[in-house]
Design a protein around this ligand. Sequence first.
Ligand code: SF4
Ligand code: SF4
Length: 456
Amino acid sequence: MTVGFIEEHEITDGVGLCKMSAVHCNGKVILIGYDYGITLFITEELYQQIENDDISDDLLFKLIQHGLAYAPEKNEILYPSKDVCPSFFILELTNKCNFGCTYCFRDHAAAHESFANADSIDRTVKVISEYCRKRGKHSVNVQPWGGEPLLNLDGIVRIYEDFAKENIKCNITIMTNASLITEKTAETLRRINADVGISIDGPEFIHNEQRPYYNGKASFSDTVRGIENLKKAGFAGSLGTISVITKKSVHKVSEIIRYIALELGISSIKLNIVRSSPDVSLSENEIALYCKSMLQTLIELYNEGHTVVEGNVRNRLMNLIDRSNTNICDSFGCCGGYKMISVDMNGNIFPCERTDDVSQKFGSICDGKDIQDIVQDALKKHPYFTKKYSPECDNCPWWSYCQGGCTTAAQYYGSEKGCVDKLTCTLNRTLYPMLAELLLTQPDVAEILVGGKSDR
Ligand code: SF4
Ligand code: SF4
């Protein structure tokens, strides 16, 4: 596989090509627009027309449609854009957690434990409902956030019921360690139609090492019991998992995927690379190993008759196939603030739940302002929205999807304002070429790997 780059240039009389990359493999080419990330799959033969600046009308029309060429006539094509219109709300319900995961970045010391009370929940729901009503939205996506959010199950139910009183359908997504899920809790989650994701790091020996209870006790059997209770309550088939891959587990990626898919029977998974500190981050070689083992295992499972969808692979394939990925973190770079806001227990507003340092807040639910106006104001002055860039981004095929990666990771680990998130950069520059090759050599397999549900 080879990757070429085409600079924007005029061909004739106001007609020209936009900046784009060309990925060549197996006699086929994927053209990837730099600005919009829309792709066009063509043959090498057609590509020669582009190479020679001698483009047929048919091909030119297609290129314009895909944001890969321009012409003087004003066209009405709407290209994808990053607009401010939050539709996903993370609401903090407690900072307490009963687990002490080895990679956790939050301070769960008992002295700082607190819970969102009924008044703060009611107030937040009112402001979000008002925001929705003004825009004619009848539903909203909410993720209760912790700590372990199920430590405040009453708060979760209250959010759901408060929105119902406002005549707004609340789609609740919960990420939980599952240890607190009794049969009764599972039924409650079913009643409020929650979409439940489980944090589980793999089979027993890996999970217990990375995700013990806060007091050090093993948690695996309680997590698995919680999953069983969810299945009994009717969640089988809709559960998803997130597993954190560390230096210790990166050599076990295949085992982790096979355990979750074949032993637990869960086919919607996500393997996230650890982010808690630069010291435990994976090296470039380890990231390459993670990508290779993950993709290889998904393909092997497909060949064995099991369809398993992994979120990082799925979202990136969707970007490349038809730009239909809408994920907050990897469709148009970081869309924290644009598509999502996070509200802490005191009503402070952040662009993302990972920026929970109060110095990073850009407003409050109590300000009496419309949420969109709060974000628009923040866009002009808040450092979170500084464009991230490295000289390598200039000719990077994945720019439109990546845009410098995760903002909090970049700010946390970067030495200067506006630097890129190196982990996501390495991940994208490793995984995207593998996925582009898969699309050009085994499109039927690639199609299968984009099934399943989206995380956020
Ligand atoms: S951060 Fe890396 S992967 Fe992302 S656009 Fe820049 S060079 Fe490409
Ligand atoms: S800061 Fe990172 S985790 Fe938060 S929305 Fe942006 S990309 Fe996603």
